[in-house]
Design a binder for this molecule. Sequence first.
Ligand SMILES: Cc1cc2nc3c(=O)[nH]c(=O)nc-3n(C[C@H](O)[C@H](O)[C@H](O)COP(=O)(O)O)c2cc1C
Length: 212
Amino acid sequence: MHIIAKLLYIQASPRGERSKSSQVAQSFLESYKEACPDDETIVLNIFDEDLPSFDGFTVQAKYNIMHGKEHSDEQRAAWSVVERIIGQFTGADKFLVSVPMWNFSVPYRLKQYLDIIMQPGYTFGADENGYFGLVKDKPIAIIYARGGEYRPGSDREAFDMQKKYLELAFGMMGFAGINSIVVEPTLQGGPETTEKIMQAAIEQAQKLARNF
Ligand SMILES: Cc1cc2nc3c(=O)[nH]c(=O)nc-3n(C[C@H](O)[C@H](O)[C@H](O)COP(=O)(O)O)c2cc1C
């Protein structure tokens, strides 16, 4: 019997159809749908989503759990929203993320989402040997779009806090073997370059999606 899987697509560009990372992700989703027509895809557009701010009540609720203390009513209410969002994340079987580079890192809304879901006891744990992930054996593909170029081995590689940070964050939660598609340079290089790199990224995404 084919088990229906849930794919969570985290879309981190607010640029709608103009977004290069979202366009590549769309091609991925189309090929994935052809390969696994019965699977469910949940789209989480983090700029449209009503994400709670990680404010004083929420931070205190996090510390209360870490220190074995009771919540106040406000803290309990704030934490139940966090738990609902974590539940949606951990309830998925497969993950697709499309993300623009903003100021060498990720857009603030993706950081906000990660601040919500990266919680000890939910998505990672810690012991005397350090951190360990609690999200196990789940595939993930991350599509990175950048206006410039940050090739490994180049002078600009060190500027790339986008891929480095997401690999650390998702790796800490337990994801192993992250599939990366890098779309660069989307701005430097002109329309011909953009068309060429988009075509290559789309082909890479389609191939990956068919065996995801
Ligand atoms: C607020 C903002 C900051 C950006 N910062 C960078 C940057 O640091 N480095 C870079 O190469 N491109 C930067 N860009 C360009 C984007 O990475 C590029 O346009 C990319 O294609 C955006 O992804 P998207 O098309 O999926 O939205 C920035 C764009 C915006 C809107």
